[in-house]
Design a binder for this molecule. Sequence first.
Ligand code: TXA
Ligand code: MG
Length: 359
Amino acid sequence: MTTRVLRVDAERPDPQAIAEAAAVIRRGGLVVFPTETVYGLGADALDADAVGRIFAAKERPPTDPLIVHLAHVGQLSQVAADVPPEARRLALAFWAGPLTLVLRKKAIVPDVVTAGLPTVAVRVPSHRVARALMETCGVPVAAPSANRFSRPSPTRAEHALTDLDGKVDLVLDGGPTPVGVESSIVDCTVSPPVLLRPGGVTVEALRAHVPDLKVGASSGDVATPQPAPGQLTRHYAPTSRLTLFDGETSAVQARLAAEARTQSAQGQRVGILAPEEDVMALAPALAALAASGRVRMQAYGRRAAPETAAAALFDALRTLDADEPDVILAAGIGAEGLGAAVRDRLTRAAEGRVVHVDG
Ligand code: TXA
Ligand code: MG
């Protein structure tokens, strides 16, 4: 199929473009659209065949359930059987916005959406394009991130096109997505509720409304939530082998410089993914290797401002990966605020290759 691309203003989307996208959803087609977190790949959540096409386009295993997107909280009773008080509080505080709640599902939600689970993940996105689309099509929209399975989530329409051109009917291009990491997922079917994935709403903000929120087995580390279904599989993985270096900032910088020298001396083309502060600190030491093309550095926002790191992370990962380095050496940031989600995504991209560096 040919994928059509329509540019839309992120603040004031053209109603004609939205009407076209809504018509595609209503006839069982696939639409890529921007949300405040990342681009989604949407289909009518109540149409099992349409949802099946999402899995085919993404090459996503059927065991990985999808998030159902609603235009407003009023639609919740259509898909959720039970909304406990904690869920109400979180919905009231953070919708519309980057928070997903897992609730008991109603029978109307097809099993293909939830991977056969008795629960459904729902959220009300705040992005104007997403909201306009949802309001106009009038049905709940099932949408995973619009990347091919195991690729980094798309924060620009071009990322989605790289992965899905020819496999979806329409792409609404609303420019870069502001938050840059996916929604936080909270399981509200248990008490106290459990954070399954750190994301666009910080743990600190969630705890202001649900103080006893659980964030996973290893207590104290906000970056280690309990895995949601589908989260144990390979995720956010770049093509090059990525190793994450974590620890005291200057020690991490020194280690990155040493590793880059050693590995490039062994003939490896080295990519460095690090916050701007680290890239600036490393530039003098690695200038010669960078000039000869053996080391390439890619910044992803600022350590001092985790929201800039979240917004830039996936684009930086894709940019560096497109250069096809043999190895990627990445520096993490602190777990405060959106830093928890950034650390989670980098840890997944490293597939367990995390090196703790002591100062
Ligand atoms: O920000 C976001 O959440 C983006 C935008 C497009 O809304 N969507 C997104 O979807 O990240 P996706 O499919 O890439 O991740 C959804 C994850 C699944 O991998 C799974 O871990 C979890 O949500 N999930 C979905 N349904 C669930 C359920 N019933 N119980 C527990 N976890 C669930
Ligand atoms: Mg995803």
